[in-house]
Design a protein around this ligand. Structure first.
Ligand SMILES: *[C@@H]1O[C@H](CO)[C@@H](O)[C@H](O)[C@H]1NC(C)=O
Length: 236
């Protein structure tokens, strides 16, 4: 009898709600839900239910009073990323793989989201160039924007991503030459950029990528072979 009662206490929604310390972020999440067509999501959020807790919103992680994760892969999102999400300044992980997310990357997400470690936008419909402000992601380790329609040149300012270990840029419309400044990516292990329109040679400065394990080049790159001077690369 006591065990049954304890189980009820642990599972009761009202008890869980009382522990949610992320209610201060509710409006930011509601704005995100509205911008991405939340009413039609596969797993939706009960935003109109005042007794619902944001800690129980599908795909949302709340840690010590801050939203630290949003994971809404394959959830029928459709719309644009709102600049206002930049107020979730402790956000570490954002993943919306295989949805209908379109429009441009908000520059406001740059400096504000300095705790971001992982961004995954694979298989969406995003356009425009990457804002140089994203250089503010000084904790970033994983970036996946594979299979969108991003365009323009790759901003040299993103050389500030010195903690970056993995980046997938493939199947976008990027063009221009690679910035030599990305030699500052001293943690890079996986670099993939096929299916773009990059031109020119590999910057010789990238030979400093001593932790590189996997490298996929744009088909269109002139002289797309790896020069022997890149001896620091230990590709597997
Ligand atoms: C790109 O994503 C779409 C869905 O948005 C998918 O149907 C398509 O197969 C993907 N293409 C590649 C090259 O992965």
């Amino acid at each position: 009898m006591i065990i049954v009662f304890l189980c009820f206490l642990v599972l009761s929604p009202s008890v869980v709600d009382a522990q949610c310390t992320c209610e201060g972020s509710r409006q930011t999440l509601v704005d995100f839900y509205t911008a991405l067509g939340g009413a039609k999501w596969k797993q939706t959020w009960p935003v109109t239910d005042a007794s619902s807790s944001v800690c129980n919103f599908y795909g949302v992680t709340c840690t010590s009073g801050d939203i630290t994760g949003i994971d809404l892969d394959r959830n029928w999102l459709r719309g644009t990323l709102p600049a206002s999400l930049s107020s979730l300044t402790r956000l570490q992980s954002f993943s919306v793989v295989y949805n209908g997310v379109m429009g441009t990357m908000p520059a406001a997400w740059g400096a504000a989201l300095s705790s971001l470690t992982s961004l995954n936008l694979q298989d969406n419909l995003m356009t425009g160039s990457l804002p140089s402000e994203l250089a503010g992601w000084t904790s970033i380790t994983y970036v996946n924007i594979y299979n969108n329609s991003f365009s323009g040149t790759f901003p040299s300012q993103l050389s500030a991503w010195t903690t970056l270990q993995t980046i997938y840029l493939g199947y976008n419309d990027f063009s221009g030459t690679f910035p030599p400044e990305l030699s500052a990516w001293s943690s890079i292990q996986t670099f993939s950029c096929s299916g773009n329109s990059f031109t020119g040679q590999l910057p010789s400065s990238w030979s400093s990528w001593s932790k590189l394990q996997s490298f996929r080049l744009s088909e269109s790159l002139i002289g797309g072979t790896i020069p022997s001077s890149f001896s620091a690369w230990s590709l597997v």
